[in-house]
Design a protein around this ligand. Structure first.
Ligand code: UDP
Ligand code: MG
Length: 326
């Protein structure tokens, strides 16, 4: 059994003023219990990462931190999106925590599952994935598209944990490894399985959002899925080559057919096939260029190596050395 860890719970928040007080309440209650049971070490706490919210989210975090010793906060300089906000939190706590749990602010994930995460950590697992038992609370649309997405990723050979989002525990050494992945286009749930180490899954029931609205409208969801695919796989580019090759074969056959028709003396009937093939090839070329462009765009972003987040300020987040003293 591994020693009881100093646990940091990292919660990215973007405009979550409605749900935040409840999140603080539940996570604090859980930490108090875990401390009492001797499952986690003194100094375990929650880090709320304010991802450039425009509402009172940061003000709430500051207020909470004044009266609640478990609450710390990191304020990012601007909105950088869920994945990077989460990374900012993980990178921050990596300096002193033994393990970190990431969870969304909206209480969709079962707070109680964290108890099992810690148990698994103490049994020697480095990564514990929270996996949704069912997708009952999702709309039909979200469920179907999510399923299609996981299948597609699998078909491309990308290792994803089915029905796992960003609710998980990572040990310090897993976090250290993760921090060596320096990509700007972040798709954490695709990267973390690449890290390796001993990992396991904990199943839980996902609830509806406790309050507030989803920050992932359809457009963002699609962009996220597309990022996931293109940042982890070159299969689409290979597919283009394949499609191009097939088109080449087909046009060869079509050319032969056209010649035969000409020899038989019905040459004027070529207009339809000509139009079709022109459009077909045109479409194919444009699509391929677009997709290749997408990858080049990604390369462009990666090559620049811009920082993935900037921290504006923190509250109740002692320096690592101070934290060690507690
Ligand atoms: N989030 C964030 N930055 C953003 C968008 C979302 O930090 O730009 C946070 C949000 O506050 C929440 C988590 O990411 O804690 C997941 O977002 P949400 O619950 O809206 O996504 P959904 O569960 O609907 O996919
Ligand atoms: Mg949510």
């Amino acid at each position: 059994m591994v020693d009881k860890p100093l646990l940091a719970i990292v919660v990215p928040c973007y405009n979550e003023e409605e749900v935040l007080p409840e999140t603080v309440r539940r996570l604090t209650a859980l930490l108090e219990q875990l401390l009492e049971e001797g499952a986690v070490a003194i100094g375990s706490h929650i880090v709320f990462v304010d991802d450039g919210s425009r509402d009172r989210t940061w003000a709430l975090i500051e207020e909470e931190s004044e009266r609640n010793p478990f609450v710390s906060g990191v304020k990012l300089a601007r909105n950088v999106g869920h994945q990077r906000a989460l990374l900012a939190g993980l990178e921050t706590v990596r300096a002193y925590a033994d393990c970190a749990v990431s969870i969304d602010a909206d209480l969709q994930d079962d707070v109680e599952a964290i108890r099992e995460f810690v148990q698994k950590y103490r049994e020697g697992y480095d990564i514990v994935y929270g996996v949704r038992r069912s997708r009952k609370t999702d709309t039909w649309f979200k469920r179907t598209t999510a399923q299609a997405f996981y299948r597609f990723m699998q078909a491309l050979g990308i290792k994803l944990i089915y029905n796992h989002a960003d609710f998980r525990l990572m040990s310090k050494r897993a976090l250290d490894e993760l921090s060596r992945y320096t990509e700007v286009n972040l798709f954490l749930r695709g990267l973390i399985p690449l890290v390796g180490f001993r990992s396991t899954c904990v199943f839980y029931d996902r609830h509806e959002r406790w309050a507030g609205q989803s920050k992932y409208p359809l457009k963002k969801m699609l962009a996220f899925a597309f990022d996931g695919i293109t940042s982890l796989s070159v299969a689409p580019i290979r597919a283009i080559t394949l499609i191009g090759f097939l088109a080449f074969l087909i046009s060869g056959a079509a050319g032969l057919y056209a010649l035969i028709v000409k020899w038989l003396g019905h040459a004027e009937s070529g207009w339809t096939s000509l139009m079709i093939s022109v459009w077909f090839i045109g479409g194919l070329v444009l699509m391929s260029l677009g997709l290749i462009g997408e990858y080049i765009g990604k390369i462009y972003q990666e090559v620049k190596r811009r920082p993935r987040f900037a921290i504006e300020k923190t509250v109740q987040l002692p320096l690592p050395s101070e934290r060690e003293k507690t």
